[in-house]
Design a protein around this ligand. Structure first.
Ligand SMILES: CC(=O)[C@@H](O)[C@H](O)C[C@H](N)C(=O)O
Ligand SMILES: O=CC(=O)COP(=O)(O)O
Length: 264
């Protein structure tokens, strides 16, 4: 691996594990809870131990003053939930733009199984080629999503993360399959570090149990957005997630250590 790529990977994670808090949802969902005052949210999650934050390029000026020396990932494609097809992710930036706005890494979202999969495959291939030339790590968000696709099927998730590796990504993110045993298949489908998304918030206990299960299956951490940035105490939940990812804490112990009761 290019020395610059490795050095930048070490800026968005720690010791090969990752607590990334993505807040690119401002395009997907709009200015939802946690994203209106994104400055405070970024400050809170990075004080809580997030290794890096992730946004679209346009809000970069609102990131740097508040990220407390955490790493920064710029997301390069998007869609909206009000558009014709939220699975149809279109390019919103380039690797060069990401470098210009101070990114340590870039990310791209693919919906494997969607009608727009072929274009997204081409997009990721181009992004990894350019990123390699600049020594910029690529986080591929490879979901199993599309007509008739089971978004939590371990076989499909394993296929999605392997696609990310085959196209030159350095870290892959996907949905959690729901239990450690099935998620082992996902992790074993690639040599890359696999991190999990949080999905729609389902309560602190469910969130931490998913993180614990994924880590037990061999995952390398999380790229967890809404369950963190929409929490009523983003710093505390980040602290709990980081305790599981980086300190191998149990779900309940991590919640208690962060001052959060184990509630549904
Ligand atoms: C809002 C969602 O369904 C998330 O899983 C998004 O797909 C995550 C993605 N980065 C996005 O916001 O487009
Ligand atoms: O960019 C978005 C993610 O990586 C996952 O977001 P979620 O809100 O945890 O599903």
């Amino acid at each position: 691996m290019n020395a610059g790529t490795q050095a930048r990977l070490d800026r968005i994670g720690r010791d090969g594990r990752y607590v990334v808090v993505p807040m690119d949802h401002g395009i997907t969902l709009g200015a939802v809870t946690g994203l209106k005052d994104i400055e405070s949210t970024i400050d809170a999650v990075t004080r809580g131990g997030a290794d890096s934050v992730l946004t679209q390029k346009g809000v970069a000026p609102r990131v740097h003053p508040n990220k407390n020396d955490a790493g920064y990932v710029v997301h390069l494609n998007a869609s909206t939930v009000i558009g014709p097809d939220s699975n149809d992710k279109r390019m919103t930036g380039t690797v060069e733009e990401a470098i210009r706005v101070g990114a340590d890494a870039v990310s791209l979202h693919l919906n494997v199984g969607s009608d727009s999969e072929p274009t997204q495959i081409e997009d990721l291939a181009r992004v990894t080629e350019t990123a390699e030339r600049y020594g910029i790590p690529v986080l591929a968000m490879t979901y199993a999503r599309g007509p008739g696709v089971d978004e939590h099927d371990a076989e499909s998730l394993g296929h999605a993360v392997r696609l990310g590796e085959e196209l030159g990504a350095h870290v892959v993110k996907t949905a959690y399959s729901g239990d450690a045993e099935s998620f082992e298949h996902v992790v074993e489908s690639t040599r890359l570090p696999v991190v999990i998304a949080g999905g729609s918030p389902a309560g602190d206990e469910a969130t931490l149990k998913a993180v614990r299960g994924a880590m037990d299956a061999g995952a390398a951490g999380v790229s967890m957005g809404r369950s963190v940035f929409q929490h009523d105490d983003p710093e505390a939940i980040t602290r709990a997630v980081s305790a599981v990812v980086h300190d191998d804490e149990g779900a309940t112990e991590a919640l208690e250590r962060a001052g959060l009761s184990a509630r549904v």
